[in-house]
Design a protein around this ligand. Sequence first.
Ligand SMILES: C[S@@+](CC[C@H](N)C(=O)[O-])C[C@H]1O[C@@H](n2cnc3c(N)ncnc32)[C@H](O)[C@@H]1O
Length: 269
Amino acid sequence: MEISSTDYERFKTVLEQQSGILLGDNKQYLVVSRLSNFIQENKMKSLAQLLDEISGPTGKPLLRQVVDRMTTNETLWFRDKYPFEYLKSTIIPKYRGRGSNMRIWCAACSTGQEPYSIAMQLDEVSILTSTDVVATDLSERVLNKAKTGIYQKIELNRGMPPEKLKRYFKPSDNEDWQVNELLRNRVRFMPLNLLNVPYSVGKFDVIFCRNVLIYFSSDNKSKVINGLVNCLNPGGYLFLGASEALTRDVTQMSMVRCNPGLVYQKDTV
Ligand SMILES: C[S@@+](CC[C@H](N)C(=O)[O-])C[C@H]1O[C@@H](n2cnc3c(N)ncnc32)[C@H](O)[C@@H]1O
């Protein structure tokens, strides 16, 4: 599929407006690899035709599918390790025994490895049942997979320790494994577009928003981070991806070193 520079620019604008995902120059190949089949399956001839369809009066459902296909859903279990270790060793003990429930939000959760990794840490210190774990993503496709809790061996080989596999999974069809019911019942998956600030998900004690803001412009990054900070209770924690940082305009947050890695904490006053 050939893409003219005019169509590429048009597509970039639509994608960024809908999702925040900013395609760089010369990333036409990404559009080709992710949308060629989709364009054919929908009996269209070109990206130009797809653009016309999604901008038309009945284009919304198609637009959602296009945006979904353009998301990068790379994830793994206990990614970067330190956020999960710090959660267990330092954050959870602070909230343990408090009268009210602890709330954790995993924003941009992809296929579920991150929120289920969080749930395992909570279970190991016995506060899973008193913690509300909310996991959101823009992509309905990844959320549907996350809700099933079913993973292939190849996915489990990416970061799942054998003892946790034994403890939290049961064999499913075709050599797949399924996250046990306890964990599946404790994580609530729902669609949420991070561009839609302010968020109506309530207040949280810990927010994970990792490896998604790398795809955003600095304006959208700032908008999202400020939106997340507004959802944090005083003293709450925000984990970003290992290569991500707060934007300069963010206030009320202090950096805490976890060694290795870092987390941001909301000021208490
Ligand atoms: C690379 S994955 C990161 C998954 C996980 N947080 C991790 O670090 O392993 C990025 C996820 O962000 C989601 N995403 C992209 N744009 C989004 C948006 N505007 N709102 C919510 N999620 C978005 C994608 O669908 C994708 O699942």
